[in-house]
Design a binder for this molecule. Structure first.
Ligand code: GTP
Ligand code: MG
Length: 450
């Protein structure tokens, strides 16, 4: 039978730290009665069985099949309901080698623990009411955050800021719905005022949803990042510019034309946005087959980049090919490089003047890049997930339709349909009304051991 998230009574176990060698690793187990279950294979069973929540017990985990010790470890014991999952839970701090972790997980399997599905611990925390869906997703986002900004924003979402706002809006929708339904049942005039008096607050709710919706692109960009490619003719200084962003001599720089062939990628933090930066082969037609292949691959890469920095050597000036490229890709950010060189010509309109040699102009260039990225000018504070953004937008549209319909004097049963749709979208957002399938899809995206 397939393991299901819905089987929250199963005893589950999984490694919660990344694979590979480290000093320590964590193997997490959860489920009703799991402390008693692991005590059966512990060198100090009574001590572990009697452990209170949030205490540590040191001992050896044994393999019940032969009684031999598997690892000397520390068990962090949590008791329901005051545990991260809301269930009895033990986090074993083991030695960090893959061999130890595999043996610990295997010993736990021998005790009847099944391997946890991705996100299954978080799912149990959600079921226990420890976190709503927005907060659960924030935990996942926190473990994926690559910059300080992304981390801080995920932490605020985890703190329940948006969740409280969404709950407040949903209450507003329910009040309006109740006023509608009273009027449907008792169509006398004296209750009509109840509906209209709620309208200003409902409009406020639409505005709040619009604000949440507008914050999505900025939050998404800070979490997911973007791909930026450095392009231009040979010798423009692309690799030099790439290296300056990395603060490292990663890409080979030389005054020979056609130095870079295979494109190179590296991660950089650009004003809090995690960027994958690509250095590419200089664009020119060439008889050299290897270089031509490099140019072909670079062109392919440029097609899928979120932003192109198009670098021109200011000491050489604009060539026909530069004009052609920029006409074809008006979304590219033109860069006039080698501003330090005495022979550097005047900066053409729309170009950003920089020197990859001494770094001048890079701060302005970084800001221009951020402004060009979708969501770059927004803050990191909105909801980062696509699912979340779509539901906020759906709720906004339904509530806004309902308000317009009330204003136009349309039948109240139609209005209440819109209001129900808004309430459902918000309920799905926080998870209150999300179907098991939706929940499963969301938690499956998390890491195993989360
Ligand atoms: N003065 C000056 N020289 C630069 C600057 N940037 C690059 N150069 C020089 O220009 C030459 C080419 O630099 P690269 O960074 O290799 O140029 P590229 O665009 O990567 O060249 P390809 O890989 O051949 O396409 C090297 O001699 C660099 O030292 C700059 O800002 N100022
Ligand atoms: Mg190069």
């Amino acid at each position: 039978m397939k393991d299901r998230y819905i089987d929250v009574e199963d005893l589950i176990a999984a490694r919660a730290t990344p694979p590979g060698i480290s000093a320590l690793a964590i193997v997490r187990v959860a489920g009703p009665g799991c402390v008693d279950a692991v005590s059966r294979a512990f060198s100090r069973p009574e001590r572990l069985r009697a452990a209170e929540g949030r205490t540590l017990v040191r001992g050896a985990l044994l393999d019940i099949r032969d009684g031999r010790p598997v690892d000397d470890l520390v068990a962090a014991v949590f008791r329901a309901p005051e545990s991260p999952t809301g269930q009895d839970q033990v986090d074993f701090m083991t030695h960090g080698s893959p061999a130890v972790v595999a043996a610990v997980v295997d010993a736990l399997a021998a005790l009847g623990f099944r391997k946890a599905l991705p996100g299954e611990f978080s799912f149990r925390a959600f079921v226990a009411g420890k976190a709503d869906l927005v907060e659960s997703e924030a935990i996942d986002e926190l473990s994926r955050a690559r910059t300080a900004q992304a981390r801080e924003a995920a932490l605020r979402r985890l703190g329940g800021g948006p969740s409280a706002e969404i709950a407040r809006i949903r209450t507003e929708v329910h009040e309006l719905l109740a006023a509608c339904e009273v009027l449907l049942d008792y169509p006398e005039d004296e209750v009509a005022g109840n509906l209209t008096s709620r309208l200003p607050a409902a409009r406020g709710a639409v505005e709040a949803l619009a604000k949440l919706s507008a914050g999505h692109a900025g939050a998404r960009l800070r979490l997911e990042g973007a791909r930026v490619a450095v392009a231009g003719r040979t010798n423009a200084g692309k690799s030099s510019l790439f290296n300056r962003f990395l603060r490292e001599e990663r890409s080979i720089v030389s005054d020979e034309h056609g130095t870079t062939r295979d494109w190179i990628e590296a991660s950089v933090d650009l004003e809090g946005i995690p960027i994958v930066l690509h250095d590419t082969a200089g664009l020119r037609s060439t008889d050299d087959r290897t270089e031509a292949e490099g140019v072909r691959r670079s062109r392919l890469l440029l097609e899928s980049a979120d932003l192109i920095l198009y670098v021109v050597d200011g000491t050489v000036g604009l060539a026909e090919e530069d004009g052609e490229f920029l006409a074809e890709r008006p979304d590219a950010l033109p860069v006039w490089n080698k501003a330090d060189a005495p022979g550097c010509g005047p900066v053409p309109e729309g170009f950003h003047s920089v020197s990859a040699l001494d770094g001048r102009g890079f701060q302005d260039l970084a800001l221009a890049m951020v402004a060009r990225l979708p969501g770059g000018s927004g803050s990191a504070d909105g909801l980062a997930g696509e699912r979340q953004a779509a539901l906020v937008e759906a709720a906004r549209a339904s509530l806004s339709d309902a308000i317009a319909a009330i204003g136009a004097g349309e039948p109240l049963d139609l209005v209440s349909l819109d209001l129900r749709a808004a309430s459902d979208s918000l309920g799905e957002l926080t998870g209150e009304t999300a179907s098991p399938d939706v929940l499963e899809t969301i938690f499956t995206r998390f890491c195993v051991g989360k």
